[in-house]
Design a binder for this molecule. Structure first.
Ligand SMILES: C[S@@+](CC[C@H](N)C(=O)[O-])C[C@H]1O[C@@H](n2cnc3c(N)ncnc32)[C@H](O)[C@@H]1O
Length: 190
């Protein structure tokens, strides 16, 4: 597993982060993640990747939209947060938990139909963002969809232009975007 000092320490999440995580998981899940997950337009039988799934609140929203034929990969470099996701989603049969960086995860090229990246890229050191984006593009199937949501505040976030550049270099085409309200939301297709 890669470790970098620029990355917030998600293996020792702050009290505020943990409180927010519980709130999002127990109360606000659909309200917070539902619109982004809806944009993936899932039929229910896809292979879906929740990249940087954290404690699994967004993953639960994805699982609600998957049938028995669908599969979800919850991928996160934080053992602490992935452990939460694993405990919370323990009853689900069609979930796999991967505690690796996408670059090291060994996912087959073209194997993923839909990807959710929710508040993740801005927390990756600048020099690693391009390689991570390339790895995302590589695992996506032709025609696959990706929804990315990133904060855009100067104090905490990244610019929509940088997200666009990274994903375009990874071979993805932006089909829709919304940059209102200090967030960038983008729907991409490979
Ligand atoms: C701000 S949290 C967001 C978690 C979750 N997506 C949510 O919305 O609650 C960022 C997450 O990205 C994960 N992360 C950061 N870099 C990563 C990488 N290269 N591969 C996988 N996960 C990563 C962190 O461990 C952390 O769980």
């Amino acid at each position: 597993m890669r470790v970098d000092r620029e990355v917030p320490d998600f293996d020792r999440p702050s009290l505020m982060f943990r409180l927010e995580d519980v709130l999002k998981y127990r109360l606000l899940g659909e309200r917070y993640y539902g619109r982004a997950v809806e944009r993936l337009d899932l039929r229910g039988d896809e292979m879906v990747l929740d990249l940087g799934c954290g404690g699994g609140a967004s993953s639960r929203c994805i699982l609600r939209r998957l049938g028995d034929e669908g599969r979800l990969i919850c991928l996160d470099t934080s053992g602490n947060l992935l452990g939460r996701a694993r405990r919370r989603l323990a009853g689900a049969r069609n979930v796999e938990f991967v505690g690796e960086d996408i670059r090291d995860a060994g996912l087959a090229e073209g194997s993923v139909d839909a990807v959710l990246v929710f508040h993740v890229i801005h927390d990756i050191p600048s020099r690693d963002r391009g390689p991570v984006a390339l790895a995302i593009g590589r695992v996506m199937a032709p025609g696959g969809r990706l929804v990315v949501v990133e904060p855009t505040r100067a104090s905490h976030g990244m610019s929509p232009e940088e997200v666009r550049h990274l994903l375009s270099e990874a071979g993805l085409t932006e089909e829709m975007s919304d940059s209102s309200g200090h967030h960038y939301v983008g729907l991409y297709r490979k």
